[in-house]
Design a protein around this ligand. Structure first.
Ligand code: ZN
Length: 191
């Protein structure tokens, strides 16, 4: 297992479109070993998710996991999830404002509009089909990670640049209110 370097905003690889994998490629030692590296790198950097493209591998894999995360104390927990060749379909019109950050965008957060309900279709790391409905804050995390595989950063989706802030400013001025909004969403939709 190797910790990988994380590409930072401005690096052209973050704007590439990730290549889909075949089941044979996914089953290979190289890709299974890469998934171990991706998860270890995400955990080491205290990310809620990490896409392969962020560690200079433009293949359609991302990892998501939310435990007791000091970067995101208000986020509902998500067990370790590996998405391979994921496709998101937005369900319904409802949206919510999500304060996002990114391991590829150091020390900046901003408010992004996300779909409240999505359908995710993907494979897990063993090539089994995933077809689930994901809601709320967790749906926001899924949308952020799958965006990376299409060369999109959360910065591209910030509609009001006045919401951009450092992590320190977020904690001082916005976290309390946002955490309250998160609690309300989790109470209402369950995640
Ligand atoms: Zn990100």
């Amino acid at each position: 297992m190797t910790l990988r370097k994380i590409a930072q905003v401005g690096h052209p690889i973050l704007r590439e479109t990730a290549r889909s994998l075949t089941r044979e490629e996914l089953a290979s030692d190289a890709v299974q070993g890469f998934i171990e590296d991706l998860v270890a790198t995400m955990r080491d950097a205290q990310g809620a998710g990490l896409a392969a493209i962020q560690v200079y591998e433009p293949i359609a894999i991302c990892a998501i996991e939310v435990g007791d995360n000091p970067r995101y104390p208000y986020k509902p927990k998500v067990p370790l999830t590996i998405l391979v060749n994921p496709i998101i379909e937005e369900l319904g019109e409802e949206r919510f404002d999500n304060y996002e950050g990114c391991l590829s965008v150091p020390n900046i957060r901003g408010l992004v509009s996300r779909s409240m309900r999505i359908r995710i279709r993907a494979w897990d790391r063993d090539g089994n089909d995933i077809d689930e409905e994901i809601v709320g804050i967790t749906a926001g995390t899924y949308q952020h990670e799958v965006d990376h595989l299409n060369g999109t950063l959360f910065l591209d989706r910030v509609t009001d640049s006045k919401t951009l802030c450092t992590w320190d400013a977020f904690k001082r001025f916005y976290e309390a209110e946002f955490a309250e909004n998160v609690r309300a969403i989790v109470e209402r939709v369950g995640s």
